[in-house]
Design a protein around this ligand. Structure first.
Ligand code: BEZ
Length: 367
């Protein structure tokens, strides 16, 4: 019988160093903001954080997550950003039955073939914004596209999502360029893009790598001649560093800086006051991970050992997110609106809802 007055141990496994460090920090900020709004407790339980810097390194992931479960005895795992690390976390969570809430990593398989009653995601699948963007690029009349990304699950799956809808609409991906994560030596690949002369480029990069890619793309003179598109990770949390190189870029994502709803305005104000920073999609996903934990705990009065009640409360919930309310699919992934956004100054400005209540196909999930 769990002690419902004891602190609830949350294992926060996120990148705090490397190209995704700013994403990890934003997720933690968002999580802590929700907790602070609830007076520092969820269903009467104080939260004790046990933090691990996962360095976005899949080779260290299994050890890291095992330590959190076996040495630190965490009640809940929250993590992470990188799809490769998240797949290792999901495997251990599935094997041990530990509750896992994924606040970013989009690895399709986490809510696909690896889906499990104890695994939830507050973010997206890599397929979702990619698929939405394929339709946008096709509607713009582009026929021939080159893709460029890091060679790992997030890049591959983002490109696959894009390709699925773009080619269904009559377009053709003529070249798929990749480089190993987290390399940022883009020059040779940019030269290859220039030589190929596609109608447009689709790209997945995020964090520090996205800053460098967008700047290098513009500096190579490609921005004027070959329009660049991508999921919104390309320009979220990066605009100050990207400057004029990002101006005008169109991206697709489940969040935008100018939604203008009362819910989002309140969130943005509270976040800016607390951290002296503007929130981004990663902060929203961290905030919503905390909300989901709060919803589950409320249903079992803080006793997380009452697993069935905890799980079914989150499954049934409508999560009141700053992005817009969302529900979870059967495989525990957000069913959510995907927005088209355009960079205007330091803002990813809302343009339109491009896919209403888009659900990931959850291929291979049996639950
Ligand atoms: C991923 O690895 O799944 C990922 C990383 C950064 C932004 C979006 C997705």
């Amino acid at each position: 019988m769990a002690q419902t007055s004891a602190k609830l141990k949350v294992g926060l496994m996120l990148p705090y160093t490397g190209t995704y460090a700013s994403l990890g920090n934003a997720i933690e900020n968002g999580f802590r903001l929700y907790l602070a709004e609830k007076g520092g407790k969820l269903s009467g339980r104080e939260i004790e954080f046990i933090k691990v810097d996962d360095e976005s390194d899949p080779s260290k992931a299994t050890d890291n997550v095992n330590k959190l479960i076996k040495r630190d005895n965490v009640d809940v795992l929250v993590g992470t950003v990188h799809s490769g690390v998240a797949m290792a976390m999901a495997k251990v969570a599935k094997d041990t039955g530990t509750i896992l809430i994924v606040p970013n990593a989009g690895a399709d398989v986490v809510t696909g073939a690896m889906c499990a009653p104890n695994i939830f995601r507050s973010s997206f699948t890599n397929w979702q914004p990619g698929y939405a963007m394929g339709e946008v690029v096709a509607k713009k009349g582009h026929k021939k596209v080159v893709t460029i990304t890091w060679k790992y699950a997030a890049g591959d799956e983002s490109v696959n999502g894009f390709k699925e809808s773009f080619e269904k609409a009559g377009g053709k991906v003529v070249k798929e360029l990749t480089l190993p994560f987290p390399n940022v030596e883009f020059q040779a690949l940019l030269t290859e893009i220039a030589a190929t002369k596609p109608d447009a480029v689709y790209t997945f990069f995020s964090g520090g790598g996205a800053v460098k890619f967008v700047k290098d793309y513009a500096a190579a003179g490609l921005k004027k001649s070959i329009p660049l598109y991508g999921p919104g990770f390309l320009t979220d949390g990066t605009l100050e560093a990207q400057g004029a190189a990002a101006e005008g870029l169109l991206t697709t994502l489940h969040y935008a800086d100018s939604l203008g709803t009362a819910r989002d305005n309140a969130f943005r104000l509270a976040y800016a006051k607390t951290y002296k920073l503007q929130p981004d999609v990663f902060a929203v996903q961290g905030y919503d991970a905390a909300q989901m934990l709060g919803i589950g705990l409320a249903a079992v009065k803080g006793d997380i050992s009452k697993r069935a009640g905890f799980v079914s409360a989150i499954e049934k919930a409508k999560i009141d997110s700053p992005r817009g309310a969302f529900t979870l699919s059967k495989s525990h992934n957000p069913v959510q609106d995907i927005y088209l956004r355009q960079v205007v100054g330091n803002e990813n400005r809302f343009v339109s809802v491009i896919s209403k209540a888009l659900a990931d196909p959850a291929r291979g999930c049996k639950m």
